[in-house]
Every structure is written in structure tokens, then in C-alpha cells.
Ligand binder design. Sequence first.
Ligand SMILES: Nc1nc2c(ncn2[C@@H]2O[C@H](COP(=O)(O)OP(=O)(O)OP(=O)(O)O)[C@@H](O)[C@H]2O)c(=O)[nH]1
Ligand SMILES: [Mg+2]
Length: 303
Amino acid sequence: MNANNSTIDIDINDIDVQDNNNSDNGSSVVDNTNVANVDVEIDENDIAIADKDAPIIMLFGPRSSGKSMTLVRLSRYLRSNGYTTVIDDCFKSDAKYKEKCKEFQNYLSTKEALPGNAYTDFLLVKIVKHGRTICQILEAPGEHYFDSKNIAASNFPPYMTRIIRRLPNRKIWAFITEAKWDVKHSMKSAYVDRIRNCKNMLMKSTDRTIILYNKMDQREELYEEGKIHVGPAEKAMREEYDGLAGVFKNTNPITSLWRPFNYKFVPFCTGFYFKEANRLKYEESENIYPRLLWEALNKCIKG
Ligand SMILES: Nc1nc2c(ncn2[C@@H]2O[C@H](COP(=O)(O)OP(=O)(O)OP(=O)(O)O)[C@@H](O)[C@H]2O)c(=O)[nH]1
Ligand SMILES: [Mg+2]
């Protein structure tokens, strides 16, 4: 079924997005006024991951690619499907982190969108079912992964090389790409280089890879009658991010015959954003998006 020979594991080519089985329409306001202002120096190396077993999902993407909103969308979907989201407030010890944990918890509970500027740094969220932690999702500041002001950087912050890389937990790297990322070609190719750099420096052979193509709503040609064209979406991602699939080329002579690339492709949209009375508002995306992401994550967790 897969027109592009990728590793996508969905057995239908067109996916209907009109599946709001969640009665909560998630319409929210992104309000920049209520920004937490805890005036402290943040030590990025002060992080602690106590659970050395549950896989860690690394949301990897430049600033504004949608890491926070992806985490929000997935958490809200999972909460409405019997999972508990537990924010690990011991992950960092500074007061600002604790403040953000509270904000995120409030956000998930009240449906109010997070203040845009307050929620941009670290967060570790555990996904729990029947008392068992299924996985832990980590968001870190976008510029730690890819700094648009220093695109030639080859090093990662020490906490990534010293702490994250050495953890025994399986990591699932969700590399976020954006539909119609409005930057120069050189910026995109620098981002692809940075992902290659991550693969070489931080990833282990037991880790897994997802390429998430966010902001799909910006490319209407990838839909027809409310259905996502998954194959063409993956093709569009590969055209926009030239060379990215090749980073994950499967070099095993046997398995590469049916799985040429070692990544799972997930078309995604966190919501529909619009301005109203000078405020940025958004309406939550359909459940099909977090469902596809959760399916891909589960395969990476188990397989
Ligand atoms: N059209 C569209 N815009 C989106 C989507 N997801 C996110 N955005 C836009 O991107 C902005 C940034 O999203 P965030 O989730 O805060 O991005 P981030 O990657 O966490 O950014 P940093 O924390 O600064 O690294 C949002 O405020 C939206 O305006 C989407 O699915 N579609
Ligand atoms: Mg963020």
C-alpha cells in the first residue's frame, strides 16, 4: 500500500479525519498575557530521570515546530482514552520548572491553552495506565536541538550527551518536521544535518525513530474529502526535507528488502490556529492525528 516504500505501518492509504469520538472540542485561546515570571537562573544540566525503565519519547524540533502543542494534543487524547498523564515535577529542581508543571496540569484539566511564552522549556510527562508507566515524554527548548542562529553547531548540550545518552531506557526520537516551513533551503538542510548529527551522537541501535510531519493543515492538497493522503504526505515531507529519509536508511541487506528506511512516518496537526480580536486562538485537531501518533509510538515501545 505504501506508495513511497517507507516503513509506515498503516494499511489504508487514505485516512478519514472526521472521527471526533471525543466530545470535547478543545477550542481554546492561546493567551500570552499570563506568563510565569519566576526570576531564576535555569541550569539546563540539572535534570534527573528517576525511571530508568520506561521508554523516553524525545520531542525533537526547532523553535515553534509544535513540540509543546504535540505534547498537549497527545496528552489530551490519551486522557480521554483511559490513560493518566503524570507530570514529573522532580525532573528539574528549579522553581520555574515546578511552576510550569502546574501550568501544564491546569491546561490539560481546564482546556485553557497554555500561555505561549511560558510553556517553551523543559517538561517530563509520564503516560500511565493501570499504575504502570507506559512511556515518558520529554520536551526541551527547541534551540537545544536546532539553533537557527547557530546552524553549524555540532555539539549538543552536556545534559544530552552526559545524561540522556547514558540512560538505559529506550529512546523514541520524534523528529518534528513542518509542512511549509517558511525558511530558506539552507536552514532546512542544516536541520537535516542536525538530525544526522543527533543520530550519530545521541542515538543507540535500540532506539526508534518517528518522523512527524506537523502542520499538515497548511497543505490542503494532501487531503481529499476530509481524508489524509498519507503516501503523498510522506512524499511531500521528503521533498521539503531533502535527504532526511536517507539518514535512516536501513542498511541490513535482508530487512531492507521490505523496509528500506528505519522510521515511521506520522502525518500530524495539533490544531487549527486563527487570530481573533488580536489573540491567537486554536481549535483542537481531530482525534485521528494523536491516534496515529500513539499507534506509531506503541509500535516503537513494543517492537
Ligand atoms: N497551522 C498550524 N500551526 C501550528 C500547529 N501546531 C503548532 N502550530 C503553531 O506553532 C506555534 C508554536 O507551537 P509550539 O508547540 O509552542 O512550538 P514548540 O516547538 O514547542 O516551540 P519552542 O518551545 O519554542 O521550541 C503555535 O503557537 C502555533 O501557532 C499545527 O498543527 N498547524
Ligand atoms: Mg515548546
